[in-house]
Design a protein around this ligand. Structure first.
Ligand SMILES: [Zn+2]
Length: 202
């Protein structure tokens, strides 16, 4: 697509930033869209505008919710006594689709580097503490990735939430070093959940 229409050029640039897409596949997608203005661009533009306007991140659990509506974390607050802490939404989705965990989710929204202060990042850790107390949760499963950042984050969380009453565990064997939750296959995830190890809190 060799042309000088700035909007198209910008669009290709934006699409190239999406996961799994390079400039070539971005161009193919744009071409497909342009050839189907009514059937594809129109509904897509409308949906994107709606999502931009109406979908926000819940400041309690980190999940997506419709603005001005109650989040599922509030509606289901008494359903379970376990909570699984993950780095991002994609991690929650793989765990959900593997069907290995029944409980609440808590999405941190990222990880900590060892040289970063918690205050520098906008991770939802204070709200995790609040949810544990408020919903009287019994077990926290920290399902951060087996990367340096993931483990730094896990340690930080352990320190913040540990007390006599709460059971804290981490995903166990089977989790490859450097492995990101999002990239794991179901079998590995199942085994990591089954073999989760208690974190000693002394
Ligand atoms: Zn929520």
């Amino acid at each position: 697509m060799d042309n000088n229409i700035p909007d198209i050029e910008q669009l290709i640039k934006q699409f190239s930033k999406l996961p799994g897409l390079g400039p070539k596949s971005a161009k193919r997608i744009i071409l497909k869209l342009i050839n189907n203005k009514e059937n594809m661009i129109k509904p897509l533009a409308k949906l994107l505008a709606n999502v931009y306007k109406n979908v926000v991140r819940c400041t309690d659990c980190g999940n997506l919710k419709v603005v001005n509506q109650q989040c599922t974390c509030e509606l289901n607050s008494n359903t379970y006594d376990k909570i699984c802490v993950v780095e991002n939404l994609a991690d929650m989705w793989v765990i959900e689709s593997a069907n290995i965990f029944k409980g609440h989710f808590h999405i941190l929204g990222g990880t900590l580097n060892s040289d970063e202060k918690y205050e520098q990042k906008n991770l939802l850790i204070n709200s995790l503490v609040k949810r544990i107390k408020k919903n009287n949760l019994k077990e926290v499963i920290i399902a951060t990735s087996a990367t340096v950042e993931g483990q730094t984050t896990a340690h930080y969380i352990e320190d913040v939430i540990k007390n006599d009453k709460i059971k804290i565990s981490k995903l166990g064997q089977g989790l490859p070093v450097g492995g990101e939750i999002e990239q794991l296959d179901d079998g590995t995830l199942v085994s990591a959940f089954k073999n989760r190890v208690p974190v000693s809190t002394d």
